[in-house]
Design a protein around this ligand. Structure first.
Ligand code: PAF
Length: 287
């Protein structure tokens, strides 16, 4: 396994698939790496699979979260290699943000602002994500990049940014990996107390119950109620256009929809912020 730290170290790892991560790899990340490996094998006859491990300081709105973000590069490299990565790119901050060089955080796509979703609850977050993703693409020069469906607004943001800016990178979605009881895998789950852990399944339950609700408004009500009953402080429980993330008419029924819709939920359980999403109504995960 190659460990790259600089742009020059990446010379032999260009033109393949990139999996951007902040490390602390779990099964959700490993499934994204396997997806990248599969794409590289089929589409490019064994192209490189680069996993970037970089805790991006510009996307944290709470400084303590950045300070306590878990870091274990040796473990991440071992897991990434076993899942099919050919290179781990673990740059120091000054390679990503060289002193004196302006790495633009703007523009951000329309789906990343003013939507009342993650954009509202994590001010500045998508500016930081767009900034680092642009920079990682410039350094790694991948043909494709894998983003998890778990962070749906981030996935749509990456897609829109690539489209708007003509970055020429194919964005591959990676399905959400779930625990046997339905909880979406996340590094944050480790911070749930034993008492909170079963209650956290309310997000997946909310999405499942909303899947056959007759209207957008009813789906949103069911999701809110299910989460609130489990003691989750609801941040949002919305059915939106799956790509633009624009609101839909409350009275809209599944058969009225001209384009795919997505149910998106987020909330706080104790100190942990949880999020999840699913197609609405139930169906294959697209687009
Ligand atoms: O999803 C993440 O882990 C991060 O937002 C990403 C895409 C690696 C950018 O830092």
């Amino acid at each position: 396994m190659r460990i790259a730290r600089t742009e020059a170290d990446l010379a032999s790892s260009r033109g393949g698939a990139l999996v951007p991560t902040m490390g602390a790899l779990h099964e959700g990340h490993l499934s994204l790496i396997r997806r990248a490996h599969e794409w590289a094998r089929r589409r490019r006859g064994g192209a490189p699979v680069v996993v970037s491990v970089f805790v991006n300081p510009t996307q944290f709105d709470v400084p303590e979260d950045l300070a306590r973000y878990p870091r274990d590069e040796a473990r991440d490299a071992r897991l990434a290699a076993a899942a099919g990565a050919t290179c781990v790119f673990a740059p120091p901050v000054e390679v990503v943000y060289p002193p004196g060089v302006d790495v633009p955080a703007e523009p951000i796509p329309a789906c990343a602002r003013g939507k009342g979703l993650e954009d509202a609850h994590r001010p500045g977050h998508f500016e930081g994500v767009c900034q680092v993703v642009r920079r990682l693409f410039a350094l790694c020069r991948p043909a494709a990049a894998v983003f998890g469906e778990k962070d749906w607004q981030q996935l749509q943001t990456a897609r829109a940014m690539v489209r708007n800016e003509g970055l020429g990178v194919e964005i591959l979605p990676g399905p959400t990996v779930r625990e046997p009881d339905g909880l979406a895998q996340s590094s944050r789950n480790a911070h749930l107390t034993p008492e909170e852990r079963p209650r956290a399944t309310a997000l997946a339950r909310a999405l499942a119950r909303a899947a056959d609700a007759p209207t957008v408004a009813e789906a949103q009500r069911v999701m809110r109620d299910t989460m609130a009953r489990a003691g989750i402080e609801v941040n949002y429980a919305e059915v939106r256009d799956a790509v633009s993330l624009e609101p839909l008419p409350p009275g809209a029924r599944p058969e009225d929809l001209a384009a795919p819709a997505r149910a998106l939920v987020a909330g706080r359980l104790g100190f942990v912020r949880l999020l999840d999403n699913a197609p609405w109504p139930a169906g294959p995960s697209a687009p």
